[in-house]
Write a protein that binds this ligand. Sequence first.
Ligand SMILES: C[S@@+](CC[C@H](N)C(=O)[O-])C[C@H]1O[C@@H](n2cnc3c(N)ncnc32)[C@H](O)[C@@H]1O
Length: 149
Amino acid sequence: MTVLDAGCGPGRLTVSLAKSAGATGRVVALDLQPGMLMRAKVKTDAAGLRNVEFIEAALGSNVLSADQFDRAVLVTVLGEIPVCEAAFAELYRALKPGGLLAVVEVIFDPHFQTRGTVTSLAYSVGFREQQFFGHRLAYVIHFVKPPGN
Ligand SMILES: C[S@@+](CC[C@H](N)C(=O)[O-])C[C@H]1O[C@@H](n2cnc3c(N)ncnc32)[C@H](O)[C@@H]1O
């Protein structure tokens, strides 16, 4: 699988995503802070992973080409993004039809976003909710880009 770690930060999730993607899979780790990307690269290098590409860019600036990802994760990033609609639109476009976006929000994050906010943003660009895990203060929502879109 090809997986997008959107707002990868220091690579907390990037290593496990790359291990899960395996030698035939690929992870794209995107963040707007070069320092974060460097920290993530140190981690993937230390783990001997060669299937990670790093992109320094703002999600929502349309740097990602269309229909390339099977999965995308957006973990405690949304509240830091100034124009969330553009970010969701780019995630939607970059996923393959049938692809899955996992959004994680946790109340301890100072930029926490409610389930209602996340869901209405996702629906506004075409995503459909597939599954909800957790509770209103700490949750994962899986959104699907409908097949055929
Ligand atoms: C709280 S950290 C979360 C990092 C990682 N996802 C995790 O769970 O450990 C948020 C990250 O999102 C990045 N970020 C904020 N706005 C962004 C944007 N528009 N595009 C890409 N990355 C962004 C920040 O630079 C930061 O590294």
